[in-house]
Design a protein around this ligand. Structure first.
Ligand code: 5GP
Length: 139
């Protein structure tokens, strides 16, 4: 029994050590899943079988939308070949939302992966940012 408890503790420590973005427990819904399931409030602009587009709560530009797959993939490193069409779909939806938002002069798409990139929500999401002139390189 002690061996099992030690193994569990080790697993928890490994999870915390390797996740800059705090990983939810296996059974726990991510923040974005809760918004999709209408358990948390969210300004949803678009949704289909594969993804949801919602306004970011802390917008970095006049338009700041998150395109989130329904599948709770924690980060880019966890993608598999099976996810290739899904990732393409996120970009097509971003394009559609950008057109709806009138971003004719351009926009930026960003996918933060891991602690160095400041990923804070462990559920893959594409940021669609526009409506102002951007600078490069990003901070
Ligand atoms: P990340 O830092 O992981 O790339 O992006 C997470 C994004 O989720 C941030 O831009 C943050 O403002 C946004 N966010 C965090 N909490 C909420 C929330 O409760 N609702 C919405 N709509 N966006 C959120």
């Amino acid at each position: 029994m002690q061996v099992m408890q030690d193994a569990l503790l080790l697993l928890k420590r490994l999870r915390d050590a390797f996740s800059g973005a705090k990983l939810p427990r296996m059974s726990e819904k991510t923040l974005f899943q809760k918004i999709m399931d209408r358990e948390e409030p969210g300004d949803i602009l678009y949704e289909d079988d594969l993804c949801v587009a919602l306004r970011d709560i802390n917008p970095q530009a006049p338009t700041h939308v998150l395109v989130v797959p329904r599948k709770p993939i924690p980060n880019l490193d966890a993608l598999t070949e099976d996810d290739e069409p899904l990732v393409g779909h996120l970009f097509v939806v971003a394009q559609r939302v950008a057109a709806d938002e009138g971003l004719a002069d351009g926009y930026r798409t960003v996918l933060n992966n891991g602690p160095d990139a400041q990923q804070t929500v462990a559920h893959v999401h594409l940021h669609l940012i526009g409506g102002r002139k951007m600078t490069w390189p990003p901070g």
